[in-house]
Write a protein that binds this ligand. Structure first.
Ligand code: C2E
Ligand code: CA
Ligand code: CA
Length: 551
């Protein structure tokens, strides 16, 4: 038959396989190409004439040829069809990713002759697309850093079952303070630019083996792995980060500045998963935010309750359930060894958590609008108690700056003085310097009203806040209280020495007395006396305690 003769010719066979768009080839049992189509020539980058009769080793790099050769052998010896994904480097050095399907074929008269037929599928673009989408789904396009997904993957891998070196992993969670203000003031483009600068600074601050990721918005995460004594290393890196982030950034139109709040947590228990680590770092970071931002803090179990929403609700009922009380810490004038007064400090006995400190619940009260009620309770309790003391002993009550901006405070103070019969001169109100609200006109007006009543006003935590020489310029405080952190390392701390010396002379030149807080040791007291400090307060002279209360 004519068509059989025609189709049986080598020429016809070649023409037919040339139509197939995928590369097709036939090899003999000696691994030599005996037939191939145009697509095969194209993918190999050689003309057919140069390839027929050759084997893989004549064309490909030896490692690739060895792989091809070995799959050929499997096909020949096991008579099986083999499908393999391989790398293929062509004559021009172009690398393709291919899937090759090889099948054994017996052709010809008698028992026939064995051939291997291969069909190649070029999957390069699919693999590239997959790699690209894998990259895209794991990176943040704005900064080029890993995103939350990749960060969590790395974290999971770091704390995976195999990890026996528990103190080898630490997580830092970084949230920018003031980022929203930059966005609002200069626009999103400027905000994006700022994020890119911060990202680069963070990446610079750690080793290349650590992971810096943008977790979303203005939040970044760092995974630290390995390194001697990671505990201190993590704290040091966190401190460095606070420093580098706070360096002013030159944007296109303007210069700006943000700071960082950093939460740290260490992988310390084998059953701590990645989610738990992130949660702990988040709680630590959140507590930095609450206590004035810009700084770092390591997670500790007690911190949870700060983030506990339930606590807000519990605080609402604390008063009526009699869980709040006031304790009193003595203040002394060491040169004449005289007790001059007591500071009233609030305490909360939580039915579930036990004692919760004011550093935790005062910020909650401020946020949830309860500070007025709590402040009034403390004032009333303190003045009532003070009536039992000698008339020479002063009572000091803390007042939140938020109470100052409301205009009820004057009337409340009047009412309490009237109800308890306490002389106005015996009451001193302490206002903390660390909140910007103190600068407002409303606060200033209240301060003047209080002073007009004969009540004394002290500036708490003097030297730590943003406030303000301007404030001192506009209002004459009766007392400045020097924060315990300046006192902590006296007398060795020469800088603390210098700061306290200057604060004291500043206060004195403005006609204010000075009380130093946090005095715990004799040598601190001597040093402060030498510097001219008027009064002192601290564990050396007495802990806050409840004995003086009648409530
Ligand atoms: P503060 O006014 O600076 O109070 C001093 C804090 O230092 C108190 O902590 C006190 O217990 C602690 N302290 C006293 N002596 C020493 C010492 O020698 N060494 C050390 N390390 N610490 C010492 P506390 O009672 O936890 O109060 C924390 C803060 O809570 C207070 O800081 C004050 O700002 C706020 N606070 C307390 N009671 C009230 C209140 O009734 N109203 C308002 N608005 N704030 C309050
Ligand atoms: Ca105080
Ligand atoms: Ca203080």
């Amino acid at each position: 038959m004519l068509h059989q003769r025609v189709l049986g010719s080598a020429e016809a066979l070649q023409k037919i396989i040339d139509i197939i768009p995928s590369p097709v080839f036939v090899k003999d049992t000696a691994h030599r190409w005996v037939l191939m189509n145009g697509a095969m020539e194209e993918i190999l980058g050689h003309p057919r004439e140069a390839l027929l009769g050759k084997s893989d080793y004549d064309v490909f790099p030896p490692d690739e040829a060895a792989v091809f050769w070995a799959t050929d052998d499997r096909v020949f010896s096991n008579c099986e069809t083999v499908e393999n994904e391989e790398r293929l480097t062509n004559a021009q050095g172009l690398v393709r990713q291919v899937v090759t399907r090889k099948t054994l074929l017996r052709l010809g008269p008698g028992r026939g002759t064995l051939f291997l037929v291969g069909i190649i599928q070029d999957v390069t673009i699919y693999r590239e697309a997959a790699a690209q989408s894998h990259f895209l789904s794991r990176h943040d396009m704005l900064t080029g850093l890993p995103n939350r997904t990749l960060f969590q993957e790395r974290l999971r891998e770091a704390v995976g079952h195999g990890n026996r070196e528990l103190d080898n992993v630490a997580v830092l969670l970084i949230d920018l303070d003031g980022f929203k203000a930059v966005n609002d003031a200069y626009g999103h483009e400027a905000g994006d630019e700022l994020l890119r600068v911060v990202a680069a600074r963070l990446a610079e601050a750690v080793r290349t083996s650590d992971t810096v990721a943008r977790l979303g918005g203005d939040e970044f995460g760092i995974l630290l792995r390995g390194g001697l004594s990671l505990q201190t290393a993590a704290e040091r890196i966190a401190a460095d980060i606070c420093e580098v982030v706070a360096v002013p950034v030159q944007l296109r139109q303007s210069q700006t500045m943000v700071s960082a709040s950093v939460g740290i947590t260490h992988f310390s228990k084998p059953d701590t998963g990645p989610e738990e680590l992130l949660r702990q770092a988040d709680i630590a970071m959140y507590s930095v935010k609450r206590t004035g931002r810009h700084g770092h803090r390591a997670y500790e179990p007690g911190l949870e309750i700060i983030a506990n929403r339930q606590l807000h609700a519990d605080l609402r009922h604390a008063l009526e359930r009699h869980q709040l009380h006031v304790v009193y810490q003595p203040q002394w004038n060491p040169p004449d060894g005289k007790l001059t007064g007591y500071e009233a400090l609030l305490r909360w006995e939580h039915p579930h958590y036990g004692p919760v400190g004011p550093a935790v619940f005062i910020p909650i009260a401020e946020q949830s609008g309860l500070i007025g009620t709590l402040g009034n309770f403390a004032l009333r309790a303190a003045c009532t108690t003070a009536m039992q003391w000698p008339a020479s002993v002063r009572i000091t009550v803390n007042v939140s700056p938020l109470q100052l901006v409301e205009d009820k405070l004057r009337d409340e103070v009047c009412a309490v003085l009237k109800a308890t019969g306490l002389a106005a001169e015996r009451l001193e109100l302490e206002i903390t310097e660390s909140t910007p609200a103190i600068d407002s006109a409303g606060a200033l007006k209240t301060l003047h009203q209080l002073k007009a009543l004969g009540v004394r006003i002290a500036l708490d935590d003097f030297g730590t806040g943003t406030a303000s020489l301007d404030m001192m310029h506009r209002f004459s405080f009766d007392r400045m209280k020097i924060d315990g952190r300046f006192v902590a390392n006296l007398p060795q701390d020469l800088r603390g020495h210098a700061i306290i010396g200057s604060l004291i002379s500043l206060a004195h030149s403005l006609g204010a007395k000075v009380t130093a807080e946090g005095v715990e040791r004799m040598e601190q007291a001597f040093c402060l006396m030498e510097l001219g400090c008027d009064e002192m307060q601290g564990y050396l002279f007495g802990h806050p305690n409840a004995r003086k209360t009648v409530l």
